[in-house]
Design a protein around this ligand. Structure first.
Ligand code: C2E
Ligand code: MG
Ligand code: MG
Ligand code: MG
Length: 281
């Protein structure tokens, strides 16, 4: 008997769902091994003062090259890490690695190298791990003061358990750590929680920065975010600045800091240090 079109569609849907589940499981297995074998590394993207071009800090971003030399994008492996719980060991490693690198730059500079390092935190880590204790440990073992560390969290981290998040953030503030809201404007955080929580920095999402020069709606959104952050006494960092003119426009609108390919791509640690020396000389 011939299969109906609906049956065929259902079967091909099932095949595809199974294929993608298999691919995800394969990636999870490979990622687990990569974490165990130290196959991940961090690259560092400068965050610059838009008015002077000086480097104020670096954002640490995870990279993974597998046994076959294949590079995986964080936009693919971070979600897999989150779903599988692997984000917990991955996140611990990233935190340790980033503050250790900062300590190495301090040694190279013969003291304080003058920048901060920003580490991304997943909402899953905030739920499952004792972040303040981990942060305290990482800072102590690297000998780096909390004031040199920034933690980036997304709006989705605020939704799950607001009281828990408030306690975690307060504990982090006691360590001197700065809190940044990543990808701001793309999530569902309410303005009350922004005002109540100890958030120091808003990072304007790349989607509002790309095409800023030709899209008046984006200018309006950026202005609104800048107004909000000024009113709440926060700093702003614009993400994804790919052209110098965009950086200049953002500076004219009152944005203080920016990062993007116009300044530098994410760099290997030694390149990042060289960039810092050249820019801040
Ligand atoms: P994010 O935290 O918003 O990081 C900024 C992303 O924008 C990075 O992508 C960076 O390479 C990219 N980017 C920077 N400048 C430009 C630009 O001018 N144009 C464009 N098109 N892109 C730019 P990346 O490294 O692929 O990371 C993607 C996301 O993966 C990050 O977004 C972050 O959410 C997540 N991620 C990366 N590393 C970690 C980590 O160690 N832990 C956690 N939890 N998440 C991480
Ligand atoms: Mg980030
Ligand atoms: Mg971001
Ligand atoms: Mg982003």
């Amino acid at each position: 008997m011939k299969k109906s079109k609906a049956t065929k569609n259902a079967e091909s849907y099932q095949t595809r769902a199974l294929d993608s589940a298999r691919a995800e499981f394969a990636m999870e297995t490979a990622l687990r091994r990569a974490i165990e074998n130290g196959q991940l590394n961090l690259v560092y993207q400068p965050i610059c003062d838009l008015a002077t071009g000086r480097v104020s800090g670096f954002e640490a971003l995870a990279r993974w090259t597998d046994d076959q030399g294949l590079r995986h994008e964080p936009s693919r492996f971070i979600p897999v890490a989150e779903e599988s719980g692997l984000i917990v060991p991955l996140g611990r490693w990233a935190l340790d690695c980033a503050v250790r690198t900062l300590a190495e730059w301090d040694v190279l500079a013969g003291g304080n190298c003058g920048v901060t390092v920003s580490v991304n935190l997943s909402p899953i880590q905030l739920q499952r791990d004792s972040i303040p204790a981990l942060v305290e440990q990482a800072l102590a073992s690297a000998g780096v003061p909390g004031e040199r560390l920034k933690l980036e969290l997304t709006e989705s981290a605020l939704i799950a358990d607001p009281d828990h998040i408030a306690r975690v953030l307060m504990a982090l503030k006691r360590l001197g750590v700065t809190i940044a809201m990543d990808d701001f404007g793309t999530g569902f955080s309410n303005l009350a929680s922004l005002q109540k929580l100890p958030i120091d920095v808003l990072k304007i999402d790349r989607s509002f920065v790309t095409g800023l020069l030709t899209d008046r709606d984006k200018v309006a959104i950026v202005r609104a975010i800048l107004g909000l952050s000024q009113a709440l006494g926060m700093d702003t960092v614009a993400e994804g600045i790919e052209a110098n003119e965009v950086g200049q426009t953002l500076a004219a609108l009152g944005c203080t800091y920016g990062q993007g390919y116009a300044y530098a791509r994410p760099l290997e640690p030694h390149e990042a240090y060289a960039f810092l020396r050249a820019r801040n000389a």
